[in-house]
Design a protein around this ligand. Sequence first.
Ligand SMILES: C[S@@+](CC[C@H](N)C(=O)[O-])C[C@H]1O[C@@H](n2cnc3c(N)ncnc32)[C@H](O)[C@@H]1O
Length: 419
Amino acid sequence: MSHPSPRAAAAHLLDQVLGEHRLLSDLLAAGALGQLAPPDRARAQRLVTQTLRALERSDKILAKHLRKPPPLTVQNILRLGTVELCMGGDAHGIVNECVALTGASKRFAKLKGLVNAVLRKVAAAGPAEWAILRVPHLPKWLRAPLSEAYGPKTVAGFEAAHFAGAPLDLTPRGDAAALAEAVGGTVLPTGSVRLAEAGQVSALPGFETGDWWVQDAAAALPARLLAAQPGETVLDMCAAPGGKTLQLASAGAEVTALDISDARMARLRENLARTGLGAALVIGDALTHEGRYDAILLDAPCSATGTIRRHPDLPHARDGSEIGDLIGLQAAMLDRALGLLKPGGRLVYCTCSLLPDEGECQIEEALARHSGLRVDAEATALPGVDPDWRTEEGGFRLRPDFWAERGGMDGFYMALLRM
Ligand SMILES: C[S@@+](CC[C@H](N)C(=O)[O-])C[C@H]1O[C@@H](n2cnc3c(N)ncnc32)[C@H](O)[C@@H]1O
């Protein structure tokens, strides 16, 4: 059986993201690139993410050469080819394969000539036009609420960070400096280790022995804020795939890792096995979970709008219509979690969202609902954390435009609550 080329696989993924509004992470987890060898898989993934990041630019360039948009599949082949051509790819190979991809389908074969003619024009003039086009904007459903919350200048900074993509961050299990030396990375002020180029993660030194795990520097901070102590009982309430569970377990806490998704829990199990760390795994609903804990980490399901650097499909696959339900779920989970704390217990609430409705506002509203609840603002004075990141209600807000010179960070909100 012949395997698809990385370009063919990337074009098919674009069809599913842009036509069926599927998330790339779901498609990949379901084995969308399973037929490809690891280097081809990495190449297909790179092609699709760079095309999604630059969609606005490619559409602008293509619009000059098309009287009306072709069917989505052909449009996606053209987008893929345009982005590759404008980013310095080999014109001959790109044009030929895009024409062949169009011809591979009976339905679209008649458009081979169009694809050939358009991409030849793009190859000639596209790269110069590309260089002067603006940084792609977020779609309106997200740009409007972000502009209202942060102002248009800050949102432009987010967009620049999204367009630049993300480096690879590792959370060390032991000494950060030793890990940085072993993998050729740098130690960030908050203790994560950053590599400019991801490469093949499983080939990095210390992968097999579980000396580190992949986790954005921003995502590593909620567990540091909770500061679990050896022997404490800690519930990681929405745990999978488990970056934060690993941090809590490596601090010596007795961790219960709860998540509703069987498939995501399987990844948590693999991560624990690789690192040799221990946690009790429970597949279940946070809203009905019982127990009593010294500390709880609630990394609630959210719009994930803080992770667009890494997931450029999200603004295109989503339209914001699910956010209202997510906000309701987050508040219900927060209330449930507070009821599971032992007297004097503490809870970190966090979301990888840029929307204040899923962060700052959740805390303000929880404080209004629960008398005796307070935010521990002093706890945000963690090593490497910039005081400017602190927010009025006592938590902190991380943004993709922070640390721009170092390669940015994911957007995140977090606060430590005490009963
Ligand atoms: C933001 S992710 C968690 C990421 C994780 N904490 C980490 O650091 O790797 C949110 C998780 O919430 C889980 N989830 C969604 N609804 C849930 C529910 N009702 N009960 C428990 N888990 C739920 C999802 O399956 C998802 O894994």
